[in-house]
Design a protein around this ligand. Structure first.
Ligand SMILES: [Zn+2]
Length: 306
């Protein structure tokens, strides 16, 4: 797995056996403990002589306002790593100090601001803390919930219901026929960028069928064989991108204009130019840290599924 893919390397031992009732308090009080710090949607990084780090001493939260949620993420070597969620307004506290930098998590990955192994921890913290923020009340009875299992669960204070964090599976697929592939663009994309089609897996659906359904819905193309390639945590807010390749059975694209602004077949040569940033019309591939870029590179290297 190439390391330029963002969020795929995580140096933490998630330490499932350590998650007894007192684990969060015990680890948080460890003077060696480090924390990932999220303020609103942004991460707080600290400046070090050799660059930036997403791992801060737990004392960094002092004076930054109320802590909304705190979870135990795991052990780095044997040092506990905590995830701390602050209000969005807390970002201002850190912006005033040169030893900190407040940045959105996507930019941190695109610009490679922290070591690869810390990006995975950031994704873990952001997705998990987002889930906690969204589930202050029990989905069964409406009573307040509290953090349990050191952050891997929320328990209802009234009915005892247990709620587990969820990850949303999204298929992203490079669909090819001979030496051409389908790429599309959504209106929210930066100008000139085309990417692989993608869509959420529905309840009770296989990954393969999700790929076939999404491509039929968005491009009117039937897909035969589907092959899994790689996956990528995508903490915006809490997805797992499941990268696949598939063989198109049709040539004629019928676009769903509600989903896609444009979409068409691209030749292998054109995709190579987009990856190399030499396309004559200035068309672009997705950023290197995104799994779509990996799928495009694999198509250029080997256009057939094999
Ligand atoms: Zn309940």
């Amino acid at each position: 797995m190439p390391h330029q893919l963002g969020f795929v390397v995580n140096d933490l031992d998630r330490a499932g056996v350590e998650r007894d009732h007192d684990a969060l308090a015990r680890h948080a009080e460890d003077p060696r403990a480090l924390t990932i710090l999220i303020a609103g949607d942004n991460a707080v990084l600290r400046t070090k002589p050799d660059g930036l780090s997403a791992l801060l001493p737990t004392t960094a939260v002092n004076g930054a306002g109320p802590v909304r949620d705190r979870v135990f993420l795991g052990l780095l070597a044997d040092v506990p790593v905590i995830g701390t969620q602050l209000e969005a307004a807390a970002a201002e506290h850190f912006r005033d100090e040169s030893r900190f930098r407040v940045t959105d998590v996507r930019s941190i990955a695109v610009q490679g601001l922290v070591p690869a192994g810390e990006l995975g921890i950031l994704a873990q913290a952001k997705a998990l803390l987002y889930w906690h923020g969204q589930h202050p009340f029990c989905a069964k009875c409406g009573a307040p919930t509290v953090v349990a299992s050191a952050g891997l669960r929320r328990d209802c204070t009234a009915c005892g219901g247990q709620h587990f964090p969820r990850t949303d599976p999204v298929t992203i697929m490079l669909i090819s026929r001979g030496e051409k592939c389908i790429l599309g663009r959504q209106t929210r994309f930066i100008p000139g960028m085309y990417s692989c089609l993608a869509g959420f897996v529905s309840p009770g659906e296989t990954i393969e069928d999700a790929v076939r359904r999404e491509v039929l819905e968005e491009a009117g193309i039937r897909v035969g064989r589907v092959r899994y390639e790689a996956s990528q945590p995508w903490p915006f807010p809490a997805s797992l991108m499941i990268g696949c390749r598939g063989e198109a059975l049709d040539d004629e694209i019928t676009l769903d204009r509600d989903e896609l602004e444009d979409g068409r077949w691209f030749s292998r040569q054109e995709v190579r130019q987009m990856l190399d940033k030499t396309h004559p019309d200035g068309l672009k591939a997705p950023v290197e840290m995104a799994i779509a870029n990996l799928l495009l590179r694999r198509f250029v290297e080997q256009p057939h599924l094999g």
